[in-house]
Ligand binder design. Structure first.
Ligand code: UDP
Length: 244
């Protein structure tokens, strides 16, 4: 039996944490808020400290979303390439903050740019994880018309992660939008099929379909609380778990 002084073992041996670009803005309207990035880096180091291997997919919405800027002469594929580059900028910022917080970290990009970071390869990512490094997976899937949620599920499936920990602004999946509906209730646990049948927006459709196919658990929790990532790794804290 564990006591209060014993560290709680991780519920998952290898996790993929999805951090949206917006989470890096703090209270700002755009870009990088360094104190927030430092806090998220601390959280990730704490999560790694549980003994779990930690991979991170970071979004780019704080800088650019392809769908928002496409049009008026800018085609969607080019806009999405720009969005993927935004995720690389975020990953580099987080890598620096992780190093400053005392953890070795490596950025691997789905779009090769070897003078800046390593190109993504499954074996390389696995080896870094086994050696205790926090691995930042940048560039999403490397293809336009996808999102970093899909990138997160794809990488989690191929790296045989035990769960995708989706850090958001809300502490789980609700029966309705808790911002507008005071009767909304948070689900503690759901199956993928239940989430689909109830049309709950856990992730975008492509990402969710892949998670369901790969039988990959998704833990949705709020990144606003310090220590939330480590709590999710331990299977604790307020969250909704979507699992088979
Ligand atoms: N993106 C893409 N393919 C991918 C992942 C991302 O084209 O596999 C582009 C897309 O334009 C997207 C942007 O990168 O809008 C930023 O990613 P996302 O919107 O998922 O970031 P988040 O909402 O998590 O901050």
């Amino acid at each position: 039996m564990s006591t209060a002084t014993e560290p709680v073992k991780p519920a998952y041996a290898r996790v993929l944490v999805k951090v949206s670009g917006e989470a890096l803005m703090g209270g700002e309207a755009f870009g990088l808020h360094w104190p927030t990035i430092e806090r998220i880096a601390q959280d990730l180091v704490e999560a790694r400290g549980t003994g779990a291997e930690v991979a991170v997919v970071v979004g780019g919405g704080n800088i650019l979303r392809g769908a928002s800027v496409a049009g008026q002469g800018l085609d969607r594929a080019t806009a999405d390439h720009m969005g993927m580059l935004a995720t690389v900028m975020n990953a580099l910022a987080l890598e620096k903050a992780l190093e400053q917080a005392g953890s070795p970290a490596r950025t691997l990009s789905a779009i090769p740019m070897p003078t800046i970071c390593e190109p993504y390869a499954r074996q390389t990512a696995s080896r870094h994880l086994e050696r205790g490094r926090i691995v930042l997976l940048a560039g999403g899937t490397g293809n336009p018309f996808f999102t970093t949620d899909t990138g997160a599920v794809l990488r989690a499936a191929e790296l045989e992660c035990d769960a995708v920990l989706k850090a958001t602004n809300v502490d789980g999946v609700y029966t309705a939008d808790p911002k507008t509906d005071p009767t909304a209730r948070r689900y503690e646990r759901l199956t993928h099929d239940e989430a689909l049948a109830k049309d709950l927006k856990v992730m975008d459709a492509a990402a969710f379909a892949l998670a369901r196919e790969a039988k990959l658990p998704i833990v949705v929790f709020s990144i606003r609380e310090p220590g939330a990532i480590a709590a999710a790794v331990r299977g604790q804290g307020r969250a909704t778990t979507v699992a088979p």
